[in-house]
Design a protein around this ligand. Sequence first.
Ligand SMILES: Nc1ncnc2c1ncn2[C@@H]1O[C@H](COP(=O)(O)OP(=O)(O)O)[C@@H](O)[C@H]1O
Ligand SMILES: [Mg+2]
Length: 334
Amino acid sequence: MIKYEQVEIKYGNFVAIENLNLEVREGEFFTFLGPSGCGKTTSLRALVGFLTPSKGKIIVGGDDVTNLPVEKRNIGMVFQSYALFPTMSVYENIAFGLKVKKLPKAEINQKVRAVAAKIQINDEQLRKNVSELSGGQQQRVALARAIVLEPKILCLDEPLSNLDAKLRIELRRELKRLQKDLGITTLYVTHDQEEALTLSDRIAVFNNGFIEQVGTPHEIYNHSSSEFVCDFIGDINRLETGILKKINEQEQAGLDIHKTGFVRIERCIDTEKPGYVSIEGVVIDKEFDGVMTKYTVKCGDEIIKYLEKNDGFQFYDEGDEISVFINPKDIMQF
Ligand SMILES: Nc1ncnc2c1ncn2[C@@H]1O[C@H](COP(=O)(O)OP(=O)(O)O)[C@@H](O)[C@H]1O
Ligand SMILES: [Mg+2]
């Protein structure tokens, strides 16, 4: 449905995006994920029409929209900084785009109320001034203002970044539900890997203006295609020659000892299991967050971290000598 074809985007002489090629399917929840400054917003703004590529094409539903003005693209946009009209009421904010389109008053009223209901904004809140609302509610209004126009595509640029952790998770769920309900093709920008994993049908991992990998959350996490992706998307242990040698000796795993091996920390365990290799070490740190304990274990001159679910019992201390078990099949090398 959306296609970037050999897209280059520049700011003056600076090439922010060199050669972007990407396809997003109809109805998909698609996320641009990557660290700050890697080109997510730039890529999104070119689709919305705020930026014009210096090379290449952007195709939407078969039409070349590369040079089409923003207002002709029928794309809804929500920003991190809600960008609401601060002196207007919630109702007026949501109705704004419909008024610009000169829709009859009754129709505006019906549409605003329908969207408000979907997004859990009640009548009392509709009458309020937006400045009286909390951040989470303001972001709901921003979302309502975008979807009331029934856009073909919804673009969200870090919409939850200004909210506190609990609210972020709550709104994330609502957003996912709403997107499923509406079936609207959604492009979502975030630097938060957990957000990307929980929300997306597919993710494009950006690094420095380029896409490193496109895939489902499962593919990106379990079959990372590069060290960058592997490292960015989760917590990993880096295994070097010493440990890799040990693993090869015990299990004939055939690992390349001249390359770093990567293993997710939650794949490492402290109880023996068939096929796993034991590595002895000393606990040097533990972080308990209620659900899990993250242990840091010094094994020779290498460090292995692992997670243990809180069962109310077992609790190692700093200085304890333990064994960490790793399944060679879980080790990624690039
Ligand atoms: N208005 C601008 N003028 C010049 N450079 C910009 C501008 N906006 C972004 N950039 C640069 O383009 C690159 C990509 O930025 P951006 O798309 O905002 O990244 P992200 O959204 O992934 O954090 C960065 O190097 C950034 O400094
Ligand atoms: Mg950005």
